[in-house]
Write a protein that binds this ligand. Structure first.
Ligand code: C2E
Ligand code: CA
Ligand code: CA
Length: 704
C-alpha cells in the first residue's frame, strides 16, 4: 500500500481532470489521462467522433477498448511501451503508431505522455496527449504509411549507429498502363495490397510509401537471402495483378553518410531493374558505384566546358528524307561530347546529367546557335534546307524561353521556316496551355513543332489534338521490325491515319532496313530517318553526301537511292500482292454534304475512295451517298447516322468503325474519320478519310 491513499489519489486525479478539461479547449489534440490502477483512459475533445471510443456510454475507456482501435500491426509496439510505463521501467511515453478510424482507415498518431508516481515510486497515472494531425505531413494519404520525408529523417537517426543496413525500394511495374486500362481506383487497390503484403512479410519493420507507386523499407536486420525470399513471395502473391521491381542498396561501413545519397543509389538500382525488363530485383553494385562516380567526374568536366563556351561539345547531323523520293528534307542536330579523359560520349549518358543540373539550358542555347549557323551555311546551296533541334522539357521550362529562341533565330539571320523544334511526348496534360502559349509564339514566327518519340504514350493521341504542333515523329521502337510485328503495324497505321485527318506531318525514325521501309511506305508517312539512309554524321561528311553536288560521295548517294528503288521493286514482286496493299492501306477521301431540313445527302468520293468501295459506274453524288449508305450493315446504320450527326454538330474529328458490305470482298470493317469543314453551296460539309481495315498478316511479306 502506497503512502498516498487511494482517496487522495482520487482527489489528485479529479484536479488533473479539471485542468485537462480547461486546457483541452485550446488544442485540437486529444488530451488524455490514464488511471493505471483502475485501467481507465480519459480523453478530452471529440475523440469519439472519428474513432470508436466511448461507445459504451461511459466517460472512460479501458485499455482493451483502446486496443480495439489500434492498427493490428502496431499493437505489440504499443503494449510493450505502456507496460514499461506501468511497471515504472520508463517515465516517458512517446510513440508514433496507428489508430483505425470509424471508416476503417489507418491514421498515424503521435502519442506522448508522462507517468506520475506515488510516494513509493509506483506509477499510478499518465498524463499526455494524442495528436492525429501532427504526423499528417509525414504519411501518404492513400495507404497512411509514412512517406519519404519520414524515411529520410528516420534514416538520418539510424545512420548514426553505423550498422550495415539495406535500403530497399519496391515499385509496381507499368502502373500507368494499369491505371489506364482498369482505372485509377483499381491501381489504388493494388497499391494497398502491396502495402499490406509488405507489412505482412516484415511485421516488425516500418514500411514507407515513398512515391505514388513505390514503397521503401530500411530493415534493422535482414540477410540477402531473406530479402530474395520476401521478394519472391511478393511476386507470387501479386502474380495475377501486376509485377514488381525492386532496387536494393547496402550501406556498407560508412560508405554513405547522407540518407539522400543512399536513397538515390536504391533508385538507381530500381531504374536499372526496370530497364532490364522489369519484374526483377537488383542490388546496387560496385560497378554502379563506379558509374555514378564517372557521372560525377563527367559533370565536373562538363561544367568546365560550359564555362569555356561549350568547348568539347559538337553536333552531328542526321538526314531526314522525303518518303518515296528519298530527297533530303532536313537534318536533325544531335549533340555529342568529346571528353578529354574518355573520348566521344553519347547523349544518352550526358543529357540526363545536363538535365538534372539544368545545364541543358546553356548547352541547349549553344546547340540552337550552332545548328542554325550550320543551317544558314547549307541553305546557300540548298535554300529549302531546314534543321531540327531537340528541346527537353527542362529547356521549355526556362523563363521566357519563347522569346529567347526567337532572339537566337533573329541573330542567326534565318526565317522561322528553317527550324523545327522537337519536343518529347512526355508533356503533361495539365501543362498544355503553358506549352501552347510558347508554341503559338514560335509557330507565328514560322517555326514548326514536332512531337518526338511518339508512340510511347499512345493513349495520349487525343491530347495531341489539343497541342498545337506540326509533326509527329514515330519512335524507332515501333518502326523496328514493323514487317513482323502486327501490333506495331496497327499502331503506326493508326497514328498515321490520325495524323492525316489532322493535317500533321509524319516522320518515321529508326528505319534500319529495306523490309521496314517497304512496309512503312505502304502507310505513306512524309519523312523517313534512320541508319538505312545515314547515321548522324559530322558536318564535313554530311556536306559531302548531301550538300556538295560535285563530290563523289554525293554521286554515291544518288546510286544508293537507285539501288533502294530496285530492292523495293523486287520486294513487291516477291512478297506483296499489289491489290491487297491497295485495298488495305489506301485511304479514300470523301466529302459529304447535307441539307438537313430537306433530308438531302450527297457524297463526293475521290478516285481512291471509289476504288476502296469498288464503285464500278459513274454515280451522281446523291447516288454515291446512297451506294455507300445502303451497304452499311443494317444493325450499324443507326450508329453511323448518329456519328454523322455528331460530326455535323461538333468541330472535333469523329472516328467510327463499322461493318460494310463490300461488292467484291463481302463484309469488311471500315474505319472512317472526319470532321465538319466550312459550308459549301449553303450545305453542311463534312470531310474525311475512309479505309478498310483487315488483319494485317495478309499483306505482310512471307518470311522465308
Ligand atoms: P532522339 O531525339 O530520339 O534522336 C534519335 C536518336 O536515334 C539518335 O541517338 C540517333 O543517333 C538514333 N538513331 C537514328 N537513326 C537510328 C536507327 O536507324 N537505329 C537506331 N537504333 N538508332 C537510330 P543519339 O544521337 O544518341 O541521341 C539520343 C537522344 O539524346 C536523342 O534522341 C535526344 O533525345 C537526345 N539529344 C540528342 N541531342 C540533343 C540536344 O541537342 N538537345 C537535347 N535536349 N537532347 C538531345
Ligand atoms: Ca529527336
Ligand atoms: Ca526520337
Amino acid at each position: 500500500m502506497g503512502f498516498i491513499r487511494r482517496d487522495e489519489k482520487e482527489q489528485q486525479i479529479k484536479n488533473y481532470l479539471h485542468v485537462l478539461e480547461i486546457l483541452s479547449q485550446s488544442t485540437d489534440d486529444y488530451l488524455s489521462l490514464w488511471d493505471v490502477e483502475k485501467d481507465e483512459h480519459w480523453y478530452f475533445g471529440a475523440v469519439d467522433r472519428e474513432y470508436a471510443l466511448r461507445d459504451q456510454g461511459r466517460p472512460t475507456v479501458t485499455s482493451a477498448e483502446v486496443e480495439a482501435i489500434v492498427y493490428p500491426a502496431d499493437l505489440n509496439l504499443l503494449r510493450e511501451d505502456l507496460t514499461a510505463i506501468a511497471t515504472g521501467e520508463k517515465k516517458e511515453h512517446n510513440l508514433n503508431y496507428r489508430w483505425v478510424n470509424r471508416n476503417g482507415e489507418a491514421v498515424w498518431i503521435n502519442c506522448r505522455g508522462e507517468a506520475i508516481y506515488d510516494e513509493n515510486g509506483t506509477p499510478y497515472l499518465m498524463i499526455g496527449r494524442v495528436s492525429d494531425t501532427l504526423l499528417r505531413y509525414l504519411y501518404h494519404p492513400l495507404t497512411r504509411l509514412f512517406n519519404k520525408t519520414k524515411l529520410i529523417s528516420d534514416m538520418r537517426e539510424e545512420m548514426k549507429s553505423n550498422d550495415d543496413r539495406y535500403l530497399i525500394l519496391f515499385d509496381i511495374d507499368d502502373m500507368s498502363d494499369i491505371n489506364l486500362k482498369f482505372g485509377r481506383a483499381y491501381g489504388d487497390e493494388i497499391l494497398k495490397t502491396l502495402a499490406h503484403l509488405l507489412e505482412e512479410a516484415m511485421p516488425s519493420q516500418t514500411i514507407y510509401h515513398v512515391e505514388r507507386n513505390s514503397f521503401a523499407v530500411y530493415p534493422d536486420h535482414i540477410t540477402e537471402d531473406e530479402l530474395s525470399e520476401i521478394y519472391q513471395t511478393l511476386q507470387k502473391k501479386l502474380e495475377t495483378k501486376c509485377t514488381i521491381s525492386a532496387g536494393v542498396v547496402l550501406n556498407h561501413g560508412e560508405l554513405f553518410k547522407e540518407p539522400g545519397d543512399l536513397y538515390e543509389c536504391a533508385e538507381y538500382a530500381l531504374k536499372k531493374a526496370k530497364s532490364y525488363g522489369k519484374n526483377t530485383m537488383l542490388f546496387f553494385s560496385e560497378k554502379d558505384m563506379a558509374q555514378k562516380i564517372a557521372a560525377m567526374h563527367l559533370l565536373v568536366e562538363i561544367q568546365d566546358s560550359i564555362r569555356h563556351d561549350c568547348e568539347g561539345f559538337y553536333l552531328c547531323f542526321q538526314p531526314q528524307v522525303k518518303s518515296g523520293s528519298y530527297k533530303l528534307y532536313a537534318a536533325e542536330a544531335l549533340l555529342r561530347y568529346q571528353s578529354k579523359k574518355r573520348g566521344r560520349i553519347f547523349p544518352d549518358e550526358f543529357i540526363p546529367i545536363l538535365e538534372d543540373f539544368k545545364l541543358i539550358i546553356p548547352v541547349g542555347k549553344w546547340v540552337l546557335r550552332t545548328a542554325l549557323e550550320q543551317c544558314k551555311k547549307w541553305r546557300e546551296t540548298c535554300p529549302e534546307f531546314r534543321i531540327s533541334v531537340n528541346f527537353s522539357t527542362v529547356q521549355l521550362q526556362e523563363k521566357d524561353v519563347g522569346n529567347k529562341v526567337l532572339e537566337i533565330l533573329d541573330q542567326a539571320g534565318l526565317p522561322g521556316s528553317a527550324l523545327t523544334i522537337e519536343i518529347t511526348e512526355s508533356v503533361k496534360l495539365q501543362e498544355i496551355q503553358y506549352y501552347n502559349s510558347i508554341f503559338k509564339l514560335w509557330r507565328d514566327a514560322g517555326i514548326e513543332i514536332s512531337i518526338d518519340d511518339f508512340g510511347t504514350g499512345y493513349a495520349n493521341m487525343s491530347y495531341l489534338k489539343e497541342l498545337a504542333v506540326d509533326e509527329i515523329k514515330i519512335d524507332r521502337y515501333f518502326v523496328k521490325d514493323i514487317q513482323k510485328a502486327t501490333y506495331n503495324y496497327k499502331l503506326v497505321n493508326n497514328i498515321i491515319d490520325f495524323a492525316k485527318t489532322n493535317e500533321l506531318r509524319i516522320c518515321c525514325e529508326g528505319v534500319e532496313d529495306v523490309n521496314e521501309l517497304a512496309v512503312l511506305e505502304g502507310l505513306s508517312p512524309n519523312l523517313l530517318q534512320g541508319y538505312l539512309f545515314d547515321k548522324p554524321c559530322e558536318p564535313e561528311e554530311f556536306e559531302r553526301y548531301y550538300i556538295d553536288t560535285d563530290s563523289s560521295e554525293y554521286r554515291k548517294r544518288a546510286d544508293f537511292v537507285k539501288e533502294l528503288y530496285q530492292m523495293k521493286e523486287k520486294m513487291h514482286v516477291i512478297h506483296f500482292e499489289p491489290k491487297d496493299i491497295l485495298r488495305n492501306t489506301n485511304m479514300g477521301l470523301w466529302i459529304i454534304r447535307v441539307k438537313p431540313d430537306e433530308d438531302y445527302y450527297e457524297m463526293h468520293a475521290d478516285e481512291t475512295m471509289e476504288q476502296v468501295m469498288a464503285v464500278k459506274q459513274k454515280y451522281t453524288p446523291q447516288e454515291c451517298f446512297e451506294f455507300w449508305h445502303s451497304r452499311i450493315k443494317p444493325e450499324y446504320i443507326e450508329y453511323v447516322n448518329r456519328n454523322v450527326k455528331h460530326m455535323m454538330e461538333s468541330d472535333k474529328v469523329i472516328q467510327l468503325q463499322y461493318p460494310w458490305m463490300h461488292p467484291e470482298l463481302g463484309e469488311v470493317t471500315v474505319r472512317c474519320s472526319g470532321k465538319r469543314v466550312e459550308d459549301s453551296d449553303g450545305m453542311i460539309t463534312l470531310e474525311g478519310y475512309h479505309r478498310i481495315i483487315t488483319t494485317i498478316e495478309e499483306i505482310l511479306p512471307v518470311e522465308e
